[in-house]
Design a protein around this ligand. Structure first.
Ligand SMILES: Nc1ncnc2c1ncn2[C@@H]1O[C@H](COP(=O)(O)OP(=O)(O)OP(=O)(O)O)[C@@H](O)[C@H]1O
Ligand SMILES: [Mg+2]
Length: 265
């Protein structure tokens, strides 16, 4: 058989995230709300993408569908080669407000997640300390969530999200409630955690256009409701990235400005 034919018969199983003609409506009859309208997008394995768009344009709905919390009404969604399913072991989700268990310490919160993913006990301690080091919270391993600031709790939540070593990480405004300086520190920690993985695909929902540019390989812009993809913008800033240093790069500011323009069209 000629080489060309051999190549065309080998197909790798799909990786990354593939959404085709997805629409989603809430309510019935007069109270019907079309939240997502014919969304088609492909995200490569290991890619970091952001979704930006006006409030109410369907970003959280889209993440809910990718997490398997909502079933797609029409169209198809694939994470890797399978449909989303709530509780899938290869998917991790993080929200704007941390969801730490208040009766467990920072270390125990991370340990709890590791236990749910069947990481054996002997390995947990070392992994927990390594993760807490990465988010600069080693000294607070034994502190309870109530003894931590909001930014520190988000850092624990971030460490916990990445402790799961999930193939797909879905983040919904994870730094929305933080001040500018804390935010930049956490963005740097997020980018470092992700750059430390080889094939974790990240989808970040954010209202912060600077954050989207600083972190992403690509940004999808959604129209206001019903959400449609109106732009797909590659971000060609070099990696590894340092969010603080990017602030002084003209190219970074140009990208943020062009994103503003797309959103205000
Ligand atoms: N469970 C629900 N029942 C009815 N309507 C809903 C439900 N969830 C969302 N919606 C509607 O769907 C639309 C999209 O909501 P969604 O939460 O996805 O927006 P969003 O882009 O995440 O907004 P924000 O940026 O404010 O978080 C909104 O009009 C909202 O009212
Ligand atoms: Mg939302």
């Amino acid at each position: 058989m000629p080489i060309d034919n051999l190549q065309s018969t080998t197909t790798d199983p799909p990786s990354g995230i593939h959404i085709n003609s997805l629409s989603h409506e809430f309510g019935r009859n007069e109270s019907r709300v079309l939240a997502l309208d014919n969304i088609t997008l492909d995200i490569a394995e290991g890619e970091f993408v952001s979704l930006v768009g006006a409030s109410g344009c369907g970003k959280t709905t889209l993440l809910d569908i990718m997490s398997g919390l909502l079933a797609p009404q029409s169209g198809t969604v694939l994470l890797g080669d399978t449909e989303p399913l709530a509780g899938r072991q290869d998917t991790a989700r993080m929200f704007a407000r941390d969801a730490l268990l208040p009766w467990l310490t920072a270390a125990q919160n991370i340990g709890f997640s590791l236990a749910t993913r069947n990481v054996i006990k002997e390995h947990r301690e070392e992994m927990i300390m390594q993760l807490l080091r990465e988010v600069q919270l080693e000294e607070f391993a034994d502190a309870y969530p109530a003894q931590l600031s909001q930014g520190m709790r988000q850092r624990v939540a971030l460490a916990r999200t990445f402790s799961l070593k999930s193939k797909f990480v879905l983040l919904d405004e994870p730094f929305g409630a933080l001040d500018a300086m804390t935010k930049i520190n956490l963005q740097d920690q997020l980018v470092a955690l992700w750059e430390g993985t080889s094939s974790t695909t990240v989808v970040l929902v954010t209202h912060d256009l600077g954050e989207a540019v600083a972190l992403s390989d690509r940004i999808f812009v959604l129209s206001s409701r019903p959400g449609k993809i109106i732009a797909n913008i590659p971000i060609s800033l070099p990696r590894p990235r340092n969010v603080k240093e990017l602030q002084s790069l003209p190219k970074y500011h140009e990208l943020v400005a062009s994103l503003w323009e797309k959103l205000s069209q």
